[in-house]
Design a protein around this ligand. Sequence first.
Ligand SMILES: [Mn+2]
Length: 450
Amino acid sequence: MPAMMRWLVMLLAVGSSAAAQQSALDPVPELPGQGRPVDIAATRARRDRLATRAGQGIVVVRAALSRDLEAEVLQDSDFRQDDDFFYLTGLETPDAWLVLAATPAGLETHLFLPPRQPEQERWTGLKLGPGPDAVRLSGIPFVHDVARLDSVTQVLAERVAGPVHGLTRYSDGAPLLPAPLAGRPLRDIEPLLDSLRVVKDAAEVTALRRAVSITAEAHKAAMRAARPGMMEYQLEAVVEYTFRDLGADRVGFPSIVGSGSNATTLHYDVNRRRAQEGDLVVIDVGAEYAQYTADVTRTIPMSGRFTPRQRAVYDLVLASQQAALDAVRPGVTVRQLTQVARAYMQTHSGDLCAPKNCVEYFVHGLSHWLGMRVHDVGDYRMPLEPGMVLTVEPGIYIPHEQLGVRIEDDILVTADGYELLSAAAPRRAADVEALMSEGTRNAPVPGGTR
Ligand SMILES: [Mn+2]
């Protein structure tokens, strides 16, 4: 037996006794293989909105394909559901299909699931398969074995006129549509789905709140732990330990911990430098919880206190961010917020970045949508409306001084302004310093002299 299989068998043996011990404490997962229930009302409402907007015809959305642990030797990623499929079903089951048909009698929803394979489940754990459990747990009335995909869609194709609405963005090589629908005109439904996903419903906001609150706690842990001489990856470890400790599923994107000159590299994620006394460290991280990711950046002084110069740059970034936040309300566009932040920075730059204006060192965009993807889907020309979630993240990066500052918060647009979802992570320089002073900076660096 290959080494990996032996290793898995050992894991299974260990795992089953641990599971037996814990069974008195842990609630039995509602949904096999997923551990979180589907919000049936929310997913149904999303399907209804999509079908109403799509109009006549049939909508097809496919789940992500399962990955083969043995063949692909996964080191980079576990299975992660396709975002649109998750949005419409709440299910993390691989290799499934969702078909919505606008019939004369109303919307018909069909879910196709791979059949359960008890032999395989010895290795993979319980899976959701076709049957009454799947109907109950998914809230979808028609659940079929995926082997019946062609025969059921053949019947639907005969009953339902109009185009097929599907997604064309898959790059996994599997068919875009069931065979009986392949000859019909295909309309790409991605823009429509994106326009729905950019405005978050209550269930999505709940997941985002959790992701952001976990991320804020991770920032606080990093502030408490930071001290000169630590490796960047040690701060990363504190952040990502906190993510998992608080129930995050994974990182929403590779954690950025950039000290000194690395703080001026916008997407630095090597995290192998030793952070020195006097360095600023940009920590740009996001926990993913229930498919939704946070994206919060804090910039901290390794020594625990900002130098006067660092503090002046920091305060200009913070005030520029606040100027943009103060302008957030329904009807405003991201472009307008960007203009507000840049104008504020330009006006208040003084000789801080002489001979240039500091705004010349603000080299990236101010905001992006946030949701299931860290740079979430949605048209940036859309005026803000309640339920949209976005980042506000000005920065100043002066490479020749090895000085980079970015402050990034996540906000929910409300009827009369915004809610700062990431408020729990200290933003003001004095608050960052106060939290850092509570830390253990006099303790030896973990790992000694690595
Ligand atoms: Mn961001």
